[in-house]
Design a protein around this ligand. Structure first.
Ligand SMILES: Cc1cc2nc3c(=O)[nH]c(=O)nc-3n(C[C@H](O)[C@H](O)[C@H](O)COP(=O)(O)O)c2cc1C
Length: 209
């Protein structure tokens, strides 16, 4: 009788071990799917050219440069958030207007046919840091669309503030899943584009692109 119980116990143990083994090797062998697999990607950005801090007068905004790199690598559609009323070309008056808009929690009008966010799974959202926040026109865009069930990946350019609290503001506004963003000095994006590209590609690689 004892022999039978011992044999049964060994059999149960052997089956349990075999089960564990299968599960373990399945997990170990299954390659983790990249974040990009099968997902449709949109790059949306806001960027201002003309005079800016650290770069002087520029023809293409700092964030725009990163947006184009990201769209090219991820083969994404791209959309620029354009305010109906452009900002002054000079830096100081532009900062004053942006400050007023932030203080008034304004929603500046934006122009152009908005993209249908429902067609995408992942939205890279690019913007400069303005007064430690998103430019108010980015809120205008975010509030016009429905991001429920979407993943937003922020990227920003700044001149010292870093990404500030903007990932949290985006999450609050959209209720989307918001991943950790990329932050880069605008002067690096503008004046050291090889270095900027390397950083962007490394970041995209970590995200699975
Ligand atoms: C209106 C305005 C406000 C800004 N506020 C900040 C700020 O709070 N913190 C910061 O680090 N940089 C600030 N900057 C610098 C921009 O974030 C930086 O130059 C950025 O790269 C500009 O990107 P863009 O060329 O895509 O517009 C500000 C620039 C402007 C024009």
């Amino acid at each position: 009788m004892r022999k039978i119980v011992a044999l049964l116990a060994m059999l149960v143990l052997a089956l349990a071990l075999a089960g564990c083994g299968t599960e373990k090797s399945e997990t170990a062998e299954k390659p983790s799917a990249p974040a990009s697999a099968g997902s449709k990607v949109l790059v949306v950005y806001f960027s201002r050219a003309d005079e800016n801090t650290g770069v002087g007068y520029i023809e293409k905004g700092n964030t725009c440069i990163l947006a184009e790199m990201i769209a090219e690598k991820t083969k994404a559609d791209i959309f620029e958030i354009k305010p109906a009323k452009s900002y002054p070309k000079e830096y100081k008056p532009a900062t004053e207007l942006a400050k007023q808009e932030k203080e008034n929690n304004a929603r500046p009008e934006i122009v152009g046919q908005l993209p249908d966010v429902q067609k995408y799974d992942v939205i890279f959202l690019g913007y400069p840091i303005w007064w430690g926040d998103l430019p108010m026109a980015v809120y205008t865009f975010l509030e016009k669309e429905n991001f429920s069930g979407k993943t937003i990946i922020p990227f920003c350019t700044h001149e010292g503030s870093g990404i500030s609290g903007t990932e949290g503001y985006i999450a609050e506004t959209t209720k989307a899943k918001v991943l950790d963003g990329l932050e880069m000095r605008g002067s690096v994006a503008q004046n050291s584009q090889d270095k900027a590209k390397e950083e962007v590609m490394e970041w995209l690689k970590k995200l699975g692109y």
